[in-house]
Structures are given as structure tokens and as C-alpha cells.
Design a protein around this ligand. Structure first.
Ligand code: GYE
Length: 367
């Protein structure tokens, strides 16, 4: 059944591309949206087309289902897509799902009803997409997966390309940095208690960042993850959960040596909790974050945080390139990863080939 659907999707795409090639100039209306549909209620659209740009003048209409605005990373990601689509001169139909999967499913349903030309989806969690993905395939709308992963049978048949970062590698790089740092400090043989602030439960980056980190520290029995809980990728929960980690650590008499936070936002919240507990962040507790947001760079330069592993949210231009390729009849790559770089203010001075200086790169930060 799924194979049939995906073959159908491919056929529709081929037909659409062939039709474009046969006189796109004199038939400006998109082939899969030949008639205007004025009576269909549009979803929330914060980015209306310019007055002189009617909806079906040949301009591509891109439906973008975004997770929410839970972190600076996410805000930077939304901005990157908005800017890239605007630069291309296309129309963006944007929906913020407020961290709710059911809102994302509803938004995609609306995109199908509206007959958008492309759908861009940043899926909050990995599972639960089977039925809506089949609807998209049936509607013949190419879907580009951005940022997080999905997990369903034959998933690769349901998106034309996945523009993302390598979350497992990010976890590995965080683990490697910790080993190098402990070695440098002469503590690699000591008992080290690590607490972990996980991302949103069931999300690709939470699953993969946990796995990659464990893969690296797994060979060191003296490095133990003593507490691990989700902070849902938010600064507020990062602070609250760190408070409870600290409470339990002191009740059990097991001081915390390291915090591994799955994003910088949670690390920054945790820094506040550490201060409130009368400890010195970055010294009493080694703090590792992921994302490389501006505030983390400032915290590293100030000595409050030790390292951040970069995960670029600036995926908009790549998404636009994928759409351009499809429009030109070029098959885009199935998975497109960004580079992973690691920024600190200690090891980068000793191993400049492996780590980069946060102070040096601070002026270049755009999110
Ligand atoms: O690390 C976090 C955001 O999915 C990679 O989501 C993204 C993550 C990012 O909320 O800050």
C-alpha cells in the first residue's frame, strides 16, 4: 500500500515537472492548483503575500509547519526559513504549532486543503505521523523534512529530502570534549557524576544526543550519569529540573561534577539554579550545551559555561535550494547534514584543530 502511494507520489511529481517544462511561461498557474479556491479558510498566515502578488500567479506557495518557539535555536530557524523563502520571491504559509503535535497535523491538513506547492515540516517528535504523511503523499505534494526526524515504516518514501543536523554526532562530540577536558584537568580517572537535561521526550535530537554521548563515555565506568530528566528544551524547565537535581544530589551526598544539557537554553536556565544553590557554574560544575546560541557564547566567554556543540538552525537556504532543484527536475539528496563544530575557551587554545574559540566566533553569531 505504502509503496503504491509512493509510486503515485513519484508519478504525480514527474507529471508536474513535465508539465512545467512544457511551456511554464504561458501557463503561469501551478499545475496542481489550476483554479483559485477563495472559499477555503487559510490557516494562520503571518506572512501574507505582497498586495500585487496574487496567490496563483506562478509564485510557489510553501506551507511550513514549525514546532513552536521554545528556544533561540527555533526562533533562528523560523527566521532563516522566512528569509530564504522571501528572498526566493515565494509565498510562505507559516504555522507555529506551539509545541503540540496535533497542531502540526492540523496545519498540514490545511496545507493540503489549500493546495500548497510544497510542505516543509519540522516534526516535534519521531512517531505518530503515518496517517498524515499518507495524506500528503496522496495529495501529491512534495514534503521536505527539516530539522528533526520521523520514524515510520518506509519513511524515506514520504519526504523528498531531509535537511538536518547530525544529532548523534553532536552527542558524541559533547562526550569527546568531556573526556579531553577531564584528561587535561587530570581528572579522567576520578569518579565523575554527570546529570543530563534531556530535550523533548520522543524527539529525534533528545534520543540521538543521549545515545551519542553515552556511546563515548560508555567505556569509562568512573563516569556515571546519576540523574537524567527532560527539560523540554526550555530555559524555564532547565532551571526547575536543575534545582531538583541539585536537591537530590545534596540529599544523597553525591555532588554533581558535570551537567550535559541537550540544548543551550536549558543549560542557561540551569546556570541560574546552580548560582541560586550557592555554587559557581563553569567551575564547581562543568557545563556542556548544544546549539551554539549567542547567549551560550557570552556565558562561555564570561566563564559561566564550558562548551557548546554547534547545531545550525540556518537551514532555510538549503530548503530553498532543494525546492529549486526539484523545480529544475534535479533529484535532491535524501539527507543533507550541516557541519558540527565545538566552541569553548579552554581546549580550543590547546587543540585549535579540534575545538574553536567562542570569543573569536562571537561576533559572527546570528542566533
Ligand atoms: O537543539 C533545540 C530546539 O530540534 C535541533 O530544538 C532542534 C532542537 C534544538 O528547541 O534548541
Amino acid at each position: 500500500m505504502k509503496k503504491v502511494l509512493s509510486i503515485l507520489l513519484v508519478l504525480v511529481l514527474v507529471a508536474a515537472l513535465a508539465a512545467c517544462g512544457n511551456g511554464a511561461q504561458d501557463t503561469p498557474a501551478p499545475v496542481d492548483d489550476p483554479t483559485p479556491t477563495p472559499d477555503v479558510a487559510p490557516p494562520v498566515d503571518e506572512d501574507p503575500p505582497a498586495d500585487d502578488t496574487p496567490a496563483n500567479d506562478g509564485t510557489l506557495r510553501i506551507g511550513f509547519s514549525q514546532i513552536g518557539s521554545e528556544s533561540d535555536w527555533r526562533v533562528g530557524n523560523t527566521e532563516s526559513v522566512r528569509q530564504a523563502v522571501a528572498d526566493a520571491g515565494w509565498e510562505l504559509i507559516f504555522n507555529d504549532a506551539n509545541q503540540q503535535q496535533h497542531n502540526q497535523i492540523q496545519a498540514i491538513q490545511d496545507f493540503i486543503t489549500q493546495g500548497v506547492d510544497y510542505i516543509v515540516l519540522a516534526p516535534i517528535v519521531e512517531t505518530g505521523w503515518d496517517s498524515i504523511m499518507m495524506d500528503v503523499a496522496e495529495a501529491g505534494i512534495p514534503l521536505i523534512l527539516m530539522d528533526r526526524s520521523i520514524d515510520m515504516p518506509n519513511q524515506e518514501d514520504y519526504f523528498v529530502s531531509w535537511v538536518t543536523n547530525n544529532f548523534e554526532d553532536e552527542g558524541r562530540r559533547a562526550g569527546e570534549w568531556l573526556l579531553d577536558f577531564l584528561e587535561e584537568e587530570g581528572r579522567l580517572g576520578d569518579d565523575i557524576n554527570i546529570v543530563e537535561l534531556q530535550g523533548t521526550v520522543g524527539s529525534g535530537p533528545a534520543i540521538d544526543r543521549a545515545a551519542g554521548f553515552r556511546e563515548i563515555i560508555g567505556g569509562h565506568a568512573n563516569l556515571e550519569i546519576t540523574q537524567s530528566q527532560t527539560g523540554d528544551f526550555t530555559t524555564e524547565l532547565g532551571m526547575q529540573v536543575m534545582e531538583s537535581f541539585l536537591g537530590r544530589a545534596s540529599a544523597e551526598g553525591r555532588p554533581i561534577d558535570v551537567l550535559y544539557a541537550h540544548n543551550d537554553g536549558m543549560a542557561l536556565g540551569a546556570i541560574q539554579a546552580i548560582r541560586d544553590a550557592g555554587l559557581v557554574p563553569g567551575e564547581d560544575i562543568i557545563i556542556i550545551g548544544v546549539d551554539a546560541v549567542l547567549l551560550a557564547f557570552e556565558a562561555i566567554v564570561a566563564g559561566d559555561m564550558n562548551v557548546t556543540v554547534e547545531c545550525s538552525p540556518l537551514l532555510g537556504p538549503t530548503v530553498v535550494q532543494v525546492i529549486r532543484d526539484i523545480e529544475a527536475g534535479i533529484t535532491p539528496e535524501q539527507i543533507i547534514f550541516s557541519d558540527v563544530r565545538v566552541f569553548d575557551e579552554t581546549l580550543s587554545l590547546i587543540f585549535p584543530d579540534r575545538y574553536l574559540s567562542a570569543a573569536d566566533d562571537l561576533p559572527n553569531r546570528v542566533y
